[in-house]
Design a protein around this ligand. Structure first.
Ligand code: PLP
Length: 383
């Protein structure tokens, strides 16, 4: 019997060693990882530079409370702001980053309500879950936090209808990750940004999955020229150690004061040493390679779409956040099984989408292996 709550449908495989894009299991078999541990190891598993930063920090301070000065948080905050007027709050997970965002938005505006989107995903705590407009996530846990209004994604008229004088913020992912790798329509995002400005509503972007170079830009909202009032990060920020962040425009800074919000572990020196190194490695050169690799991979996936129209409905995504929508959930299930048998790790998203989130460090040979194995699996499914 297991001594764990059954909150995950776990594979029997157990990871023994993970290096860059390869994972060796305890049974000795090695897999090509197209998941990055669900969008975490963007710079490759056991990245040597992040490892060295952690090792250095291990010899200094692992943990100090947030009642003391933390220059590693200051420097990471500065790097994240990137010369723009943002300040940061550090936490440990994506859902906590969103909690901080929701609290800040209510406190700063004095308003209570939020508009969020069907198929979105913002985490599992009560705030994150209440923002997540998915019945399967909320079932059995109601009542949710009041004040959340759910509207269809890419439907600006629905957003206008849901807007009230009590709307504090509009929270969204610019590419819905868990929902099925569903990118927002650029016109929709432009209209949302204009609406927020016009009605003095905060534009809040969840970059937990899309951020940290994943789409070939530091943050996915940069692909659309947006300037959110608040945005959230986690996953790739620590490349494997738990660190999240909520960034807010400087004009919101004074809404929080000592005691408004806090966390014991959030932003401790150990995780911040990793985050700082990750931020140093997030360079324009890296982003250019992500754009190039992503474009190549998407093109190959489009070719598979043309070759297997009876199995594939479409290909979506930006950079190295790509989805292959299968024709039905059973095809997706079989596809993932075949790929796992062929030593390739993948993710699903939504009901029928195969989600690919490889480490951004994946090389051309590994990309070609991934495409060849995908093709082999589709051929087998077609037989
Ligand atoms: C967009 C988005 N927001 C929030 C979360 C929650 O992050 P965490 O699991 O670190 O709490 C996730 C996790 O998948 C996510 O994809």
């Amino acid at each position: 019997m297991s001594y764990l709550f059954p909150t995950y449908l776990r594979s029997k495989l157990e990871w023994d060693k993970a290096l860059d894009c390869r994972v060796t299991m305890t049974n000795g078999e090695t897999f090509l990882d197209l998941t990055s541990g669900i969008g975490v190891a963007n710079l490759g598993h056991s990245n040597p530079e992040v490892k060295a930063a952690l090792e250095h920090q291990l010899d200094h301070v692992w943990h100090e409370s947030n009642l003391f000065t933390n220059s590693l948080q200051e420097s990471a905050g500065k790097k994240l702001a990137g010369g723009k007027d943002y300040v940061a709050f550090f936490c440990s997970t994506g859902t906590e980053a969103n909690e901080a965002a929701l609290k800040l938005a209510r406190k700063a505006t004095g308003k209570t309500d939020f508009i969020t989107f069907e198929n979105g995903f913002h985490g599992r705590t009560y705030g994150g879950m209440s923002a997540t407009a998915q019945e399967k996530i909320q079932k059995g846990f109601k009542p949710m936090v009041p004040g959340f209004h759910y509207v269809p994604y890419n439907d600006i008229e629905a957003v206008k209808d849901a807007l009230t004088p009590n709307t504090a913020g509009i929270l969204l992912e610019v590419i819905q990750g868990e929902g099925g790798v569903l990118p927002a329509d650029p016109e929709f995002l432009k209209a949302i940004a204009a609406l927020c400005k016009e009605h003095d509503v905060l534009l809040m972007i969840d970059e937990v999955q899309t951020g940290m170079g994943r789409t070939g830009k530091m943050f996915a909202f940069e692909n659309y020229g947006l300037s959110p009032d608040i945005f959230t990060l986690a996953k790739g920020l620590g490349n494997g150690v738990p660190v999240g962040a909520m960034l807010g425009k400087t004009k919101l800074k004074d809404a929080f004061s000592p005691g408004s919000h806090g966390t014991t572990f959030g932003g401790n020196p150990l995780v911040m040493s990793a985050a700082n190194k990750v931020l140093d490695l997030m360079t324009p050169e890296l982003f250019a390679t992500v754009q190039k690799k992503g474009a190549w991979l998407k093109d190959q996936l489009e070719k598979l779409h043309v070759e297997f129209p009876e199995l594939i409905k479409g290909v979506r995504g930006i950079g190295l956040m790509l989805g292959i929508e299968c024709n039905d959930p059973e095809v997706l299930k079989q596809l993932q099984m075949l790929l796992e048998k062929d030593h390739v790790l993948t993710l699903s998203a939504g009901k029928e989408t195969l989600r690919l989130l490889p480490p951004l460090t994946i090389d051309q040979e590994e990309l070609e292996t991934a495409v060849a194995k995908l093709k082999k699996a589709f051929l087998e499914l077609n037989a």
